[in-house]
Design a protein around this ligand. Structure first.
Ligand code: V47
Length: 364
């Protein structure tokens, strides 16, 4: 195989990968532009197996999107709606608790909570939301609020981000999901989400969370107007932040879904683009423990294949995913854990049910 990689012109990168050396942005550019997906995937798989062996993780989780009312109205998003819009909704704390109650018979270990930037819900709503979930399901880990939401909550509370996070942690916040990162480039933010917290602002919230001991994820929304260099700068900013804090758990490349968005003229991403983003992020993010192939966005079939191209995690059972489905996702709303286990087995990997912090709960 090494001769094959050398013939593909990737011998220099292979040497660096074998020696555990950091890849440069030029290396990243070469990988993104390389036509041979097998060669790029082979390199990513070396890192994937060094970090996670043959294990492929999944989690038993539930998604709750408490409200889609949002003042940012990003052009790539079909989920966020202005207050008063026919499709706008907001759940009462009792409705959130009912969602949790409805699934008490399932062995869910994580509840993933994300919403928009709501113009008038008070800070107390978010504390009550966390406490309400814990009332119904005390043992569950709550992974809630993107860095963008946390920044907004700090403004609502009129307090610094660290104090705000401490109050949320006391109410039950266990970790934070990786959304809202999009592409950090100011050009992309100006053209697609000009009202959103800046890339530097997103990273600063993540740093603050990590300082308090909160683990967080990171994402990148690819497949729209971003250039390869903008993707690489995004990955580079993440790995520098991870050098400083070590607080990121997983990176999730998010495939752009254009339907019902203001960027609907774009096509869906291709399988090769999806695999490239997984493989290149595995290679560039040498200090991230995990790369997720989020089956909701890339489909269960490609997420399964991605386990040989750098990914070591398929996310989880999910259920009631709204953000991608409003943007036209054709995947199911949920995958049973038996399906996840079968997909992982068929990929030749060892299925591992994990908790949010990647502690092993069961192997199959
Ligand atoms: O923040 C919005 C993105 C994110 C679209 O941390 C879109 O483990 C594609 O972050 N097409 C929410 N993506 C999802 C997310 C996530 C999902 C699963 C696991 C984790 C994790 C995080 O989805 C948003 C935004 O970046 N998004 N619109 C769209 N049309």
């Amino acid at each position: 195989m090494d001769a094959y990689i050398e013939q593909a012109g990737l011998g220099g990168i292979l040497t660096k990968v074998r020696n555990g050396e950091r890849l440069s942005l030029d290396d990243g550019r070469q990988l993104y532009q390389h036509p041979n997906i097998l060669a790029v995937g082979y390199l990513a798989n070396i890192v994937r197996e060094r970090k996670n062996g043959n294990q492929a993780f999944f989690i038993y989780n539930q998604h709750i999107n408490y409200s889609n009312i949002c003042t940012n109205l990003c052009k790539f998003c079909a989920f966020g709606k202005e207050k008063g819009h026919a499709l706008a909704y907001e759940m009462s704390i009792e409705e959130v608790k009912e969602k949790v109650r409805q699934r008490l018979d399932e062995p869910i270990t994580e509840i993933h909570v994300v919403g928009g930037i709501h113009p008038d819900l008070p800070f107390s709503y978010y504390l009550d939301l966390l406490r309400g979930i814990k009332d119904v399901r005390p043992e569950v880990h709550i992974q809630a609020f993107t860095c963008v939401e946390i920044h907004h909550l700090a403004q609502l509370a009129g307090k610094p981000v660290d104090t705000t996070l401490e109050e949320l942690m006391a109410a039950g916040l266990g970790s934070m999901p990786g959304g809202g990162a999009e592409v950090f480039s100011p050009r992309i933010r100006r053209l697609t989400c000009e009202r959103k917290l800046s890339g530097e602002g997103w990273l600063e919230v993540a740093r603050t969370a990590h300082r308090l001991g909160l683990r967080t994820n990171a994402t990148m929304l690819y497949g729209h107007i971003e250039s390869i260099d903008e993707r690489l700068e995004h990955l580079d900013a993440l790995r520098h932040t991870q050098d400083e804090t070590g607080g990121f758990l997983a990176f999730i490349p998010l495939a752009f879904h254009p339907k019902n968005t203001e960027m609907a003229e774009h096509s869906n991403t291709s399988g090769i683009n999806d695999l490239k983003n997984i493989a290149v992020s595995r290679l560039m993010l040498d200090n991230f423990p995990h790369i997720k192939a989020y089956w909701v966005m890339v489909g269960p079939k490609l997420a399964q294949v991605a386990l040989a191209f750098g990914a070591d995690d398929m996310d989880g059972t999910v259920k009631e995913e709204v953000i991608t489905h409003m943007a036209g996702a054709e995947t199911e709303q949920a995958l049973g854990h038996k399906t996840l286990i079968r997909l992982i087995h068929e990929a030749g990997r060892q299925p591992v049910q994990r908790d949010t912090l990647y502690n092993v709960l069961a192997t199959f």
